[in-house]
Design a protein around this ligand. Structure first.
Ligand code: NAD
Length: 370
């Protein structure tokens, strides 16, 4: 009964017509930020996460602690546990599901391919099976990835571009997720909105991502590898700041709820939509490193090498016209601003004091209005 009470309390909205949202992957990077944003505007939020050890689980526990302070409860369990999911849906009539739980990372797929199939394909299907028979049927917004564009060379990437050359098993499972979503929309009328995230970064980020371990390695004086394409071009990414991605997720949830689910009257068939959520301005990885060197007040030991064919793609670049048109998505944080916020979080979280410039010193280099 106390478990039920916690679940119900966490998922109950505090604003009129507020949503009840199940956030999967709530102890993760994007999931924890989205959970807080939804809770702050008065929606009910229940988390689900298996706290796996793909990266330091203590970071996930600390995010959980942060969410608990805001009355957000995370159920500890796996997407593949159908009985658990049904039990949760028996207690709460969710209006929305924000599905962010996945096995992320492109390189780890070479060591552990099965974990991608288990979480990103089997786990997604299991969740959709429970959603399809839930009453009401929740509107689902889920994380796809820019990696579905794979080795495609058309630039910038639009949603209509080809996605038939995934360069990693991770990308293939994200692409499979999109196909599976189409099927559940077609057969069962589930409302499904896929968001193709482009290299999301920021405070509470993922330690397996380049900007994060570059920061760590630069501070520790370790050598860092900077990838070059086979034809010696710089690898570039459309780095997207977490707050922009959160706004995109919330916007997609609001739009998804309008046409179906218990949030309002049904207005025609449930939608299946896919959107890019990027920053629209790719930055070469070398530039990322020089911004970090400035913020950390430390020279990096750079080692430029040819990009191994281990799942990475040479560049990503989002066209976000569609997300802007449908829910006003507009990224507003440039890489220097976003990295400054990341570094500020990083040094305070890990208790690093030496060398790194204080906020005031950094600001005085860029006086307001310049
Ligand atoms: P993350 O690893 O920090 O978060 C995912 C969370 O899901 C983790 O806390 C993990 O413990 C949990 N999880 C994994 N498998 C699970 C399972 N089977 N059952 C229950 N919980 C499980 O990753 P993130 O960066 O926050 O990514 C969120 C989503 O966005 C993922 O779907 C990811 O593929 C996608 N994505 C992220 C990026 C990015 O740059 N961060 C880019 C493209 C797509």
């Amino acid at each position: 009964a106390s478990w039920e009470k916690q679940v119900r309390h966490s998922a109950t909205p505090r604003r009129p017509n507020g949503f009840s949202v199940l956030v999967t992957g709530a102890a993760g990077f994007v999931g924890s930020h989205c959970s807080l944003a939804l809770k702050k505007r008065g929606d009910g939020v229940l988390g689900l996460d298996n706290f796996n050890s793909y990266y330091d689980p203590s970071l996930k526990r600390d995010r959980q602690g942060l969410l608990a302070k805001h009355q957000i409860f995370i159920v500890e369990g796996d997407l593949n546990d159908a009985a658990l999911l049904r039990k949760i849906f028996d207690v709460v009539p969710f209006t929305h599901v924000l599905h962010l739980a996945a096995q992320a990372g492109v390189r780890y797929a070479m060591q552990n391919p099965q974990s991608y199939v288990r979480s990103n394909i089997a786990g997604f299907v299991n969740l959709l099976e429970v959603c399809k028979s839930a009453n009401p049927q929740p509107a689902i917004v889920w994380a796809s990835s820019s990696s579905v564009y794979g080795l495609n060379r058309e630039n910038p990437f639009s949603e209509s571009h080809r996605t038939d050359q995934p360069a990693s098993l991770y990308a293939a499972t994200k692409k499979a997720g999109e196909e599976i979503a189409h099927t559940y929309n077609h057969i069962y009328g589930l409302s499904l909105t896929g968001l193709r995230f482009f290299t999301v970064y920021g405070p509470w980020g993922r330690p397996d991502m380049a900007y994060f371990f570059f920061t760590k390695d630069i501070l520790q004086g370790k050598k860092i590898d900077i990838y070059q394409t086979q034809d010696e071009k710089e690898v570039a990414r459309d780095f997207t700041y977490i707050d922009d991605v959160v706004k995109g997720c919330v916007g997609a949830l609001d739009t998804a709820g309008k046409s179906t689910g218990s949030g309002g009257k049904k207005k025609g068939p449930a939608p299946l939509r896919v959107y890019n959520l990027g920053n629209t301005s790719p930055v070469p990885v070398g530039k990322l490193v020089s911004i970090l060197e400035g913020l950390l007040n430390t020279k990096a030991k750079k080692h430029v090498i040819k990009m191994p064919s281990n799942g990475d793609v040479p560049y990503t670049h989002a066209n976000v016209t569609l997300a802007h048109k449908d829910f006003g998505y507009k990224p507003t944080t440039d890489l220097s601003t976003g990295l400054r916020k990341f570094v500020k979080w990083y040094v305070s979280y890990y208790g690093i004091h030496s060398r790194v410039k204080k906020e005031s010193e950094v600001n005085s280099e860029h006086p307001k209005g310049s």
